[in-house]
Design a protein around this ligand. Structure first.
Ligand SMILES: [Zn+2]
Length: 113
């Protein structure tokens, strides 16, 4: 099986990473699948994406630990789609949680004044 990046680019010599373990890091795994435009509807979808790869260029230095390995919760964020113009930056689910907790926090602060 040729090693191909799920974003459709041809990895030229850069390292390539398997998708996160769907059992250990389900949220992370789902985020990767969503980013490559896939969906998880059956067990075979999980199996399929568990074998997929994403090359190293999609990760920022902050996503890595030593030896170029990825952090457990690294999410690809660079060159996600090869579009001629600048595509909008993707939003990962956890941003919503941050917004929510901000709202809760301000509500809490307001109620204590
Ligand atoms: Zn790639």
């Amino acid at each position: 099986m040729p090693k191909l990046c799920s974003f459709g680019c041809a990895p030229n010599g850069s390292s390539i990473h398997f998708f996160p373990n769907a059992f250990k890091f389900p949220e992370c795994f789902k985020a990767w699948v969503t980013l490559v435009g896939g969906k998880l509807e059956s067990a075979s979808d999980y199996e399929y994406y568990q074998k997929k790869l994403i090359c190293d260029i999609h990760f920022t230095p902050e996503d890595r630990v030593q030896n170029n390995r990825l952090k457990a919760y690294a999410i690809p964020s660079l060159y996600l789609h090869e579009t001629p113009n600048n595509s909008p930056v993707h939003e990962v689910d956890c941003n919503i949680h941050f917004d929510l907790s901000d709202l809760l926090l301000s509500a809490l602060l307001l109620s204590t004044i």
